[in-house]
Design a binder for this molecule. Structure first.
Ligand SMILES: C[S@@+](CC[C@H](N)C(=O)[O-])C[C@H]1O[C@@H](n2cnc3c(N)ncnc32)[C@H](O)[C@@H]1O
Length: 336
């Protein structure tokens, strides 16, 4: 079978790429191999690329997208890119959305212009859609459309696809105009609504072996707990998770998580006010990484790579639908 050549920009540790390629198991379900092959992958984060190269047979390179020359890139049928989102984040609204990182979607658009792939998948935080009353999102869409693509976008909820996390991300899928296809997003496989004919949301307990963790370093000190109690009442704090529900979004800075933040934590013993953070492996499971996927670098590096990632299971569903609609569409004559 012909492999669909894919360029992966902002590949990070490869959450998106694992989902795209498939062939992994998560929570006893097999996510079958998809016919994509990544023939160009790039990210500026050296540690993330080390992790990427440790887990895949093909290699990613460490480079800024702004420095990648189009003539050095191979042909691509598909381009994927979860462009950096810090400047669009609603968790951090003080960040300037027009800073350099906020402009990186333009670099992705330039790749579309030069390489003319049949399709692309872009991903970003929910905040991008509402920031500056939606004007920034409109700008991003216009830039992608201008390169000759029919777009569709949707806010996808990770828990609706069997991931024990309430992470919501906007996916923009573009298909080259000459192919005359408008992408349809995959149907939810899970739901929080009993009326719908799907399975219920997967609870956090499915991926947390035990509330108690053997390693002391994951526990918050008494001082941290006292600090949380003294903090203003209107502050989000001590957001301990209900094991019977999906977890709040896993962020990239869990190494420095505090009890006075919007980050999810665990309450191990209520009577002793004993709280802890998630271990990197637990965070990776909440993100739908299989346990075989290994993260290189320090703990901080691992949390960053994990929190930045597109959940592989979510990407798998988006990519599978794209494959069926575009690359396996026999009427288009582009098929293997
Ligand atoms: C949202 S994360 C992507 C995560 C990745 N797709 C995954 O699923 O694991 C954004 C990535 O953009 C990378 N990045 C930031 N600025 C960059 C640049 N100028 N060139 C290339 N990569 C950049 C960051 O290092 C980060 O890994």
């Amino acid at each position: 079978m012909r492999k669909i050549k894919t360029g992966s920009f902002f590949c990070g540790c490869g959450g998106s790429d694992l989902g795209l390629i498939g062939g992994f198991k998560y929570l006893n379900k097999k996510y079958k191999k998809l016919p994509f092959h990544v023939n160009y992958a790039v990210d500026i984060d050296k540690k993330a690329v080390e992790t990427y190269n440790h887990n895949f047979k093909h290699n990613a390179i460490v480079k800024s997208i702004s420095e990648c020359k189009h003539k050095d890139m191979p042909e691509m049928d598909l381009v994927i890119g979860g462009f950096p989102c810090q400047s669009f984040s609603t968790v951090n609204p003080t960040k300037n959305p027009f800073d350099e990182r906020g402009q990186l979607y333009k670099e992705l658009a330039k790749v579309l212009k030069e390489k003319k792939p049949k399709a692309f998948i872009a991903e970003n935080v929910k905040g991008l859609m509402v920031l500056k009353k939606g004007s920034i999102f409109k700008r991003v869409l216009t830039e992608f459309k201008k390169q000759g693509y029919e777009l569709n976008y949707k806010l996808l909820h990770s828990a609706d696809f069997g991931i024990p996390q309430k992470r919501q991300r906007v996916f923009i899928v573009g298909i080259r105009n000459d192919l005359n296809i408008k992408y349809e997003f995959p149907k939810n496989t899970h739901s929080n609504d009993n009326e719908l004919n799907t399975k219920g949301w997967v609870p956090l307990s499915t991926v947390i072996d035990s509330l108690v963790h053997k390693n002391d370093k994951y526990y918050f000190s008494k001082k941290a707990v006292e600090g949380m109690k003294k903090a203003k009442n209107n502050m989000k704090r001590g957001l301990y998770q209900d094991l019977n529900k999906p977890c709040l979004t896993i962020t990239s800075h869990l190494a420095k998580v505090s009890l006075n933040s919007r980050d999810p934590v665990l309450l191990v013993k209520p009577e002793e006010e004993l709280y802890r953070r998630f271990s990197p492996r637990e965070a990776a499971r909440i993100q739908s990484f299989p346990d075989e996927f290994e993260f290189l670098g320090s703990q901080g590096d691992a949390y960053r790579q994990i929190g930045n990632a597109i959940p592989p299971v979510l990407m798998w569903h988006v990519a599978k639908a794209l494959n069926e609609q575009v690359f396996q569409n026999t009427s288009l004559g582009i098929i293997n």
